[in-house]
Each structure stands twice: as C-alpha cells, then as structure tokens.
Design a protein around this ligand. Structure first.
Ligand code: UT7
Length: 322
C-alpha cells in the first residue's frame, strides 16, 4: 500500500502591519462600507520591506515543523506556492531551505496564483505516495501589496500579505483513512485574461500589476468551485454531510457563503478569515487552516475540504482526514 500524506503540522506568519479599510480609504477612492458589503473584508496585513515571500514562508515553515514536532533534518523537500517570489531564481523554496538549515532533498516553486497551495499539496502528495519523499514542507507565501495597482480601486482593496505552511509526513496513519484522501487540480488557460499580472522580469517594460475582471472571475469561481466540491465528494464516495469543515480560498465572503450553502454546511463549519486577512492568494487556504487548527475548531480525525481558484484560471480541491 502506498503511504498517506499526513498533515503533521500547520504554521503561519502574518506581517505586523494591519491596514483597515478606513486607512485605505484615505488614499483610495473607496469606503469601508463598500468593501465590507461586497467582499466581507475589514482589514489586511501589509508586509514591511524585509517581509518577503521567503522571509514569511520561512517563519510559517518553522511553526509548521514545531507543530509537527519535526526538525529541519526531517525535511526531504520544499514546495512553495507563490506569484510574488523574492527573485526569478533561485526558487523562493530554496531561500527557505537555506534559512531553515535544511541541507538535503529538493525544492521548487509553483506558480498557480490563488490555487497555488492546493496545487502544491497535490504535487507533494503524489511524491509522497510515489515514495520519493517522506517529509515535505508545503508553503504558500505572498506579498500582493507589491503588485497592486493603487489607481485601480476594484482590485487594490481586495488583497493582503502573509504565509501559511503544512508539514506532510508519510505514514499509514492512526486510523485507516488519516491523511490526504484526494486532490484534484484543473486549469483553463483560455481564461488567462480575466485575472492576471501584466508583466514579470521577462517583460521589463510592463509594470507587473494585478488586473482582474471581477464579475467574470466571480461567476467562474462559483461554478468551478461547486464542480470541484462535487468531484472531491464523488471520488471518495462521500456526501456533503460527511464534511466536518470547509476551508475555502478567502477571496470574497459572498463566494465562500455560496460554497457553504452548496454543501449544506452551517456557517460555523466554514472557516472564514477573509475579514481579517483579505485575499492572500496562495497563502489564504493554509492561513485559514492554521487559524481553525490553533484555535481548536479543527480536530484530529475530522474531515476537511480545501478548495481554491485563481488566475489562470486554475482551481482545485484537497480532501483531508486530519
Ligand atoms: O482570488 C482569485 C479569485 N478572485 C475572486 O474570486 C474575486 C471575484 N470577484 C469579486 O469578488 C467581485 O467581483 C469584486 C469584489 C471584485 C467586485 O464586486 P462586484 O460586486 O462584482 O462589483 P463591480 O466590480 O461590479 O463594481 C460595482 C460598482 C462599480 O460602480 P458602478 O459602475 O456600478 O457605478 C465600481 O466602480 O462598485 C464600484 N467599485 C467600488 N466602489 C467603491 C469598485 N471597486 C470599488 C471600491 N470602492 N473599492
């Protein structure tokens, strides 16, 4: 039997600086009322210059390892999801590897925007199942404050910075089905122009700012994520009622509520952090998971469904028995 990927530890890091809607409204043509009504967001964290994707990813990884009771020497590989890397190369994962003092194994980044963590989890799970690694750090770390267009009020109020991480350990589990039960990842490149960053180091004349056609993304998010949820349940012969917790991507409270209703889950079974963190892209799912894990809501043995969608379009799910 191939090993299961057990979520042995969960960690997170948020920049110290909190920016409220009211503070943003001093420089952006917006209001706290509009942002809260359309998105649920009340505040976000913004990184200081030293708080890069590598810095925050390292901090989140350290707490995930500590939570798992693991050492850097237990790490066989690091997969880091980010759209805001410190450098084009080395991969941000390798800056984290060096900072942690990990001296073996592999490391690479995954660019799958807001679905990056689910993508990274899927790849790590496949590698563990294939016997290529026994301990893998999966990290989502983002500094979207550095790619926002402050002249576009339709996007600049939506995002925040932060990092989340899990340490996956190969094991048979304490019960028969502990660990990652399934992952599903999808992409539709033909929808690349509804949510993108208009540049990168390969295109020096472009500023590299986030562009989003919000309504279209919203429409796709609701239908694609609903399909992803159905797909995860069907693949595991489960019903929506079997799910203990939904940990969705934190882009918009209205999308999250729609997913909760779809699953018939009461709101107290859906982990919501968008009010406090805004949309932290690849960091949003592990940050939410970490919050509900550390405050004791999510417990060992419970069934947790993670889902996310982002620019690409990319989307996916992971079903986990904690
Ligand atoms: O993480 C990746 C996935 N991303 C998502 O899932 C995001 C999906 N999209 C959304 O969450 C929503 O579409 C938004 C929150 C981005 C926008 O909400 P909306 O209800 O679709 O608003 P809208 O873009 O249609 O704009 C409605 C109005 C417009 O004014 P008019 O044309 O009706 O007069 C905008 O100009 O709201 C205006 N508006 C604002 N007003 C105050 C747009 N942004 C702002 C703002 N403050 N920040």
């Amino acid at each position: 039997m191939s090993p299961r990927s057990i979520l042995a530890g969960i960690g997170a890091y948020l920049p110290e600086r909190v920016v409220t809607n009211d503070e943003l409204a001093r420089t952006v043509d917006t209001t706290d009322a509009w942002i809260q009504e359309r998105t649920g967001i009340q505040q976000r964290h913004f990184a200081a210059p030293h708080e890069t994707a590598a810095f925050m990813g390292t901090a989140a990884a350290r707490t995930a390892l500590a939570d798992a009771g693991a050492q850097p020497s237990d790490v066989d590989g690091i997969i880091l999801a980010t759209s805001t890397p410190d450098q084009a190369f080395p991969a941000t994962a390798l800056r984290v590897q060096a900072a942690l003092g990990v001296t073996k194994g592999f490391g690479f980044d995954i660019a799958a925007a807001c679905a990056g963590f689910v993508y990274a989890l899927s790849v790590a799970d496949s590698m563990i199942k294939a016997g290529q690694a026994k301990g893998v750090l999966v990290i989502g770390s983002e500094v979207y404050s550095r790619i926002l267009n402050w002249a576009d009020r339709g996007t600049c109020v939506l995002f925040g910075d932060g990092a989340g991480a899990v340490f996956l350990r190969a094991g048979e589990g304490t019960g028969t089905d502990q660990g990652i039960l399934s992952t599903h990842i999808h992409a539709q490149g033909t929808l690349g122009d509804i949510l993108y960053v208009d540049g990168a180091v390969g295109q020096p004349d472009k500023p590299g700012h986030l562009v989003m056609h919000g309504r279209e993304v919203f429409r796709h998010a609701v239908s694609r994520l609903a399909e992803a949820v159905e797909e995860a349940l069907a693949a595991n012969n489960l019903k929506a009622a079997d799910i203990d917790w939904l940990v969705p991507h934190q882009a918009n409270r209205r999308i999250i509520d729609a997913m909760g209703r779809k699953l018939g889950l009461s709101t107290d079974r859906v982990v919501i952090t968008v009010e406090q963190h805004a949309n932290t892209s690849a960091a949003s799912v592990p940050l939410a998971l970490h919050q509900a894990w550390t405050d004791g809501r999510i417990k060992r043995g419970e069934l947790v469904l993670l889902e996310a969608l982002g620019g690409g379009l990319v989307w996916g799910s992971a079903l986990v028995r904690m």
